[in-house]
Design a protein around this ligand. Structure first.
Ligand code: CO8
Length: 261
């Protein structure tokens, strides 16, 4: 598939697919077209058995994404938003992806950029990363989950601080608050993200999908509902050949051979 505003790469050997937001001169601002291309790439990667993990990153070191494209949004009105149901599903396609996703954030992840990163399963950050929801400075508010996902990650007080003042978190603050999983020097971030993705892609694909769904259920349910969901998934996973293979491989002290294809 050919794209204009993103680059994609598939490493068949490792099972890792990468999406690069490619508007560096506009700080990878998220236009509608760019997000459509991201959604198409996710559709494509999700349908390919050879792919086990997807990395999303930005071109260049200055920004993962500076937010939704303000120049494109300016001038919209309420009636138009209502009529077109503005922010349609391709903007949230990443959150619906059933395969594991990693956001590798260098530089700014602001507004929709921070929200896109939070739609991924894991965020890894370069030491120059800055996370923020500065929509308040435009007299807007986050529109693709920022007030909800950020609050679940960092708690109410920090989320309010970020959303009401526009303050950005640096990489270390983001790590301490639980927003990101790991931080690396800027020139080592892509290698770290690829290494993590390769590791994830090397596991049983079906087990990864079930784990992802179970962890995400923690955000959508009460504790008892979540535990019940986990219990049912745990019972069901014994129906997969991979579970038999994983346990047999451990007992026989040999590498496991997954039925990933
Ligand atoms: N939209 C459009 N253009 C942008 C954006 C953006 N979000 N961010 C940067 N650019 C452009 C600049 O206009 C500039 O373009 P040009 O060279 O043509 O003048 C170019 O990128 C470089 O920008 P800077 O010179 O400002 O670069 P710096 O490295 O000095 O600063 C920043 C980078 C900090 C990212 C700065 O550009 C900035 O503050 N950008 C805006 C951040 C922001 O307010 N983001 C929130 C946007 S609103 C949003 O995301 C709502 C999400 C809800 C979902 C919406 C669904 C449609």
């Amino acid at each position: 598939m050919s794209y204009v505003l993103i680059e994609t790469n598939v490493d068949e050997a490792t099972g890792v697919a990468t999406i690069v937001l490619n508007r560096p001169e506009q700080r990878n601002a998220l236009s509608n077209q760019l997000m459509k291309e991201v959604a198409l790439a996710i559709d494509d990667f999700e349908s390919k058995d050879t792919i086990g993990c997807i990395v999303i990153t930005g071109k260049g070191t200055k920004a993962f994404a500076g937010g939704a494209d303000i120049k494109e949004m300016a001038g919209r009105d309420y009636a138009q938003n209502l009529k077109e149901n503005f922010i349609t599903s391709h903007w949230e396609r990443v959150a619906q992806c059933r395969k594991p996703t990693i956001a590798a954030v260098m530089g700014y992840a602001l507004g929709g950029g921070c929200e896109l990163a939070m739609m991924c399963d894991i965020i890894v950050a370069a030491s120059n990363a800055k996370f923020g929801q500065p929509e308040i400075n435009l007299a807007l508010l986050p529109g693709i989950g920022g007030t909800q996902r950020l609050t679940r990650f960092v708690g109410k007080s920090t989320a309010m601080d970020m959303c009401l003042t526009g303050r950005m978190l640096n990489a270390e603050e983001a790590l301490a608050s639980g927003l990101v999983a790991r931080v690396a020097p800027t020139d080592e971030l892509q290698d770290l993200a690829q290494e993590m993705a390769k590791n994830i892609a090397s596991k049983s694909r079906m087990a990864s999908m079930l784990v992802k769904e179970a962890v995400n259920t923690a955000y959508e349910s009460t504790l008892s509902q979540g535990i019940s969901f986990e219990r049912k998934s745990f019972h069901a996973i014994f129906a997969l050949e991979d579970a038999d293979e994983g346990m047999a491989a451990f007992i026989e002290n040999r590498p496991a051979r997954w039925h990933n294809k």
